[in-house]
Ligand binder design. Structure first.
Ligand code: NAD
Ligand code: MG
Length: 393
């Protein structure tokens, strides 16, 4: 029986993870769970899965929960904040930690899980973007296993040789990792109309149903940029060893090209329960409740090169990876602020990339080998992003 800590239980990845657990009660036990503000979701989860610990990271919600009879009567012990997240992520009774908090808020707990040598199921790509070197070095030291949940990275992982070691790309005979992306809802709209798109349009992804932040990131293709950085760290490859390929149908989830000309692709319906079930059961296979692909019903596959005029955020992310850790950390922070500003109606969709670029041009290049340095860059970048937002508004 694998005991699971679910960080980010109320989100989209959280719901898919719970569904996989629900289908396999003989294999997985939900040991602990976290939510930020969604108390009613927590009550549902606690009553169905009976975890021993729950964390609420928002103070007001935590206060309300303390006196909620449904929580009190459940005998689930309630913890608060980042300390609570770290506590459940490192609990000795937990073997698997699903890191599914969105954004920089997920960094400390996922890093703590890695430090504690857990098997970490990594959905929170932002933590690798912010702390790649530290994250990977810590995992090597603690012998933690990092299994990718992001569908593209999970696909690449499945297409790599089973004995692939970190950074082994040449010995494994690999020439390129091909990171696919749909191009999001604005792949074909007129460039001039992008400035006027609404948050609602940006969040309407053609193929995937996801949380708001990653949906906007998919529309700007910053998501692919973050994934580019994530792939460099996860697989130990250089930026020039990854190509981004636009594939609007989202059936091929990514590919690995070998020196002999072979290309291995992982395919499936766009449903996050596939990579979640794959990583949770690894190295076994379990059912995920996902409809099998019906090739007779599939649309024609298309493939394009990304247009960097349309997707300036992708270009920013690729160049930040070459600049170094301070730049990717700053870009992630700037992007969290600019996406939030767009969702709140403070500026336009196209201002997201402008704010991100403004921050990258200002932030100072410093070593980011430890958490305090990373968090300082994160904070500095947020201040610059807010400054730029005020200038624009
Ligand atoms: P979501 O917005 O649906 O859920 C976010 C979760 O984070 C919630 O459970 C919320 O309680 C928690 N959270 C939010 N702010 C927090 C804070 N300040 N402190 C602690 N917890 C907080 O997001 P999602 O779509 O489930 O994405 C989660 C992560 O998985 C992201 O990093 C995203 O990039 C990644 N991811 C998601 C998908 C997908 O299909 N949804 C695919 C690949 C990767
Ligand atoms: Mg992805």
């Amino acid at each position: 029986m694998k005991s699971v800590c679910l960080l980010g239980g109320s989100g989209s990845i959280g719901a898919s993870t719970l569904d996989v657990i629900r289908r396999h009660p003989d294999q997985f036990k939900l040991q602990s769970v976290s939510v930020h503000t969604n108390l009613s979701k927590l009550i549902d989860i606690v009553s169905e899965f009976r975890p021993t610990h729950a964390v609420i990271s928002d103070w007001d919600t935590y206060q309300v929960a303390l006196s909620d009879t449904r929580i009190v009567n459940s005998h689930c012990s309630l913890l608060f904040g980042q300390e609570g997240l770290v506590e459940i992520a490192t609990d000795e009774n937990t073997s698997h930690v699903m890191a599914a908090i969105v954004g920089a808020a997920g960094l400390k707990s996922s890093l703590a899980a890695v430090q504690a040598g857990k098997t970490i199921l990594l959905a929170n790509k932002e933590s690798l973007v912010m702390s790649g070197q530290l994250f990977v070095d810590t995992a090597k030291q603690s012998k933690a296993t990092i299994l990718p949940i992001d569908s593209e990275h999970n696909a690449i992982f499945q297409c790599l040789p089973s004995d692939y070691q970190y950074g082994d790309i040449e010995r494994a005979g690999i020439s390129k990792l091909l990171l696919t992306g749909s191009g999001g809802p604005f792949l074909n709209v007129a460039l001039e109309s992008l400035a006027a798109v609404t948050p609602q349009q940006a969040c309407k992804h053609p193929n995937w149903s996801m949380g708001q932040k990653i949906s906007v990131d998919s529309a700007t293709m910053m998501n692919k940029g973050l994934e580019f950085i994530e792939a460099c760290w996860l697989f130990g490859v250089k930026p020039e060893q990854i190509d981004v390929v636009i594939h609007p149908q989202s059936v091929i989830h990514s590919m690995v090209q070998y020196v002999d000309g072979s290309v291995l692709a992982q395919m499936g319906n766009p449903d996050m329960r596939t990579p979640i079930a794959h990583a949770m059961a690894y190295p076994e296979r379990i059912s995920a409740g996902v409809k099998p692909l019906d090739f007779s019903q599939l649309p024609n596959f298309e493939f394009h090169k990304p247009d960097m005029m349309r997707f300036p955020n992708l270009k920013l992310a690729i160049s930040a990876m070459s600049s170094g850790q301070y730049a990717t950390t700053a870009l992630n922070a700037a992007n969290e602020v600019s996406v939030q500003g767009f969702l709140a109606g403070h500026h336009s969709f196209t201002d997201i990339a402008k704010i991100n670029e403004y921050v990258l041009n200002r932030v100072s290049s410093v070593p980011c080998n430890e958490l305090t340095a990373i968090l300082a860059v994160d904070e500095q970048a947020r201040r610059y992003a807010e400054e730029c937002t005020r200038k624009i508004a």
